[in-house]
Design a protein around this ligand. Structure first.
Ligand SMILES: Cc1cc2nc3c(=O)[nH]c(=O)nc-3n(C[C@H](O)[C@H](O)[C@H](O)COP(=O)(O)OP(=O)(O)OC[C@H]3O[C@@H](n4cnc5c(N)ncnc54)[C@H](O)[C@@H]3O)c2cc1C
Length: 380
């Protein structure tokens, strides 16, 4: 079905970005997955071509477009299975913190090079003992003159190895829960900041998901983002966009799994006919295609509302859990239709199955999404 949210300019941008992905990203995805990381040079190329700030203000080097341009980037990368290059994490999840809460000086120092592809950003919330329960983080940032002394450990941090800058969630008032949380900008090379392992994963293998350690790490007080004690509020404000990004990526990945499976079932023969001729194949794919259309229509509705600046936390939480669950089901059903070949690593559908697994876990697990929805329905 025609997707009405996109105009002609968006379409041209999609074609231009698709050509970039085909030329400079897709040929390298297998090698980057193998390496467990992408080279910083591809981030630089993304910056040079204007793909890291399509939705950010021109004053800081962005293109000042609407969020749909970034959605196009997410969709094209997901459709190309280039999950290793997680542009949305940098552009749509991390940079909005700098843009909304950064001082003039912080924006000049970090946001401008981030949009240019010279300063890759990560956000470190999760710790070995605190994931869903964010207010339980134990990393501390204690003020000492014009410094904060940071101590603690983070894990599962995307862009953990490649990042030049990490937005660290830490307690400036360790005895408090939500109100004790602040956000600090920790730069690569700050003494006491060390990167741990680039973790081995079953999916998203080209992403450098890592451990980070802070041992008496002395961070200039000028690197506090926003106000002390306001960190939790700032995080909650930005999670709407983060979760919408997941839904957008899920739908594009679903489209890719379905397209590849449709092609395969028409070609593969059993009992003297293509497996597409069996009623089971037809019904399965008809059901999944229906769910795809429903999911895409809802996601587009969320995108349009987000572009209009509406507060749609409940609806985005619905979109995040539903599309990520659908992606897992689609990947599993499509793998089944590939038979034994679906289980072979050389068939990309097997990778889709593995990559889908995490979508219901990160950016707030699907259970947490349901907690949010239920609360906003007046339950609990
Ligand atoms: C590939 C990958 C990349 C990631 N990138 C980042 C990153 O860049 N930055 C970052 O900070 N974090 C990142 N994370 C961490 C991710 O956000 C957390 O894994 C996630 O929030 C869940 O936390 P947890 O793993 O500690 O699970 P837990 O919080 O221990 O949850 C375990 C289970 O309990 C359930 N549960 C917990 N609380 C409740 C509740 N109240 N009601 C019902 N069920 C509940 C959960 O849904 C889950 O099923 C990443 C994780 C992965 C796997």
């Amino acid at each position: 079905m025609q997707r009405e949210i996109f105009g002609e300019e968006h379409q041209l941008f999609r074609e231009q970005f698709r050509r970039f992905v085909q030329a400079e990203v897709e040929p390298n995805v297998a090698a980057w997955n193998e390496a467990g990381i992408v080279p910083r040079a591809i981030w630089k190329r993304m910056g040079e071509e204007g793909y890291l700030g399509a939705n950010l203000p021109e004053a800081w080097g962005g293109a000042g477009g609407d969020f749909l341009y970034d959605a196009i980037i997410m969709e094209e990368l997901a459709y190309a299975r280039a999950h290793c290059l997680q542009a949305s994490l940098h552009t749509d999840i991390c940079l909005p913190y700098l843009e909304s809460y950064g001082t003039e000086a912080q924006k000049r120092k970090f946001l401008v090079p981030a949009i240019a592809g010279d300063c890759l950003v990560a956000i470190a919330m999760t710790e070995p003992s605190a994931g869903s329960d964010l207010a339980a983080v134990r990393t501390t940032a204690i003020r000492d003159g014009d410094l904060y002394v940071v101590n603690g450990a983070k894990t599962f941090i995307s862009n953990g190895q490649n990042s030049h800058l990490v937005i660290v969630v830490a307690k400036t008032a360790p005895t408090k829960r939500h109100d004790g949380i602040s956000l600090l900008l920790v730069e690569e090379g700050t003494p006491g900041f060390e990167r741990g392992r680039n973790l081995e994963k079953i999916g998203l293998r080209g992403q450098d998901t890592s451990e980070l350690f802070f041992r008496d790490c002395r961070v200039p007080a000028a690197n506090l983002l926003g106000q002390e004690g306001q960190g939790f509020r700032m995080l909650m404000e930005k999670l709407q966009q983060e979760r919408l990004c997941i839904a957008v990526g899920c739908m594009a990945s679903i489209r890719r799994s379905l397209d590849d499976t449709l092609a395969y079932v028409k070609e593969r023969q059993a009992f003297g006919k293509p497996i597409a001729a069996f009623q089971n194949t037809q019904f399965k794919l008809a059901e999944l295609e229906t769910e795809y259309e429903i999911g895409q229509a809802f996601t587009d509705k969320l995108l349009a509302a987000h572009v209009r600046g509406e507060e749609i936390v409940k609806e985005v939480s619905m979109g995040k859990w539903w599309t990520s669950d659908l992606q897992k089901r689609v990947a599993a059903e499509c793998l089944q239709l590939f038979g034994g070949y679906g289980f072979m690593a050389e068939y990309p559908i097997s990778q889709d199955y593995q990559d889908a697994a995490v979508q219901s876990i990160y950016a707030g697990s699907n259970e947490i999404m349901k907690v949010i929805i239920a609360r906003r329905m007046g339950l609990g």
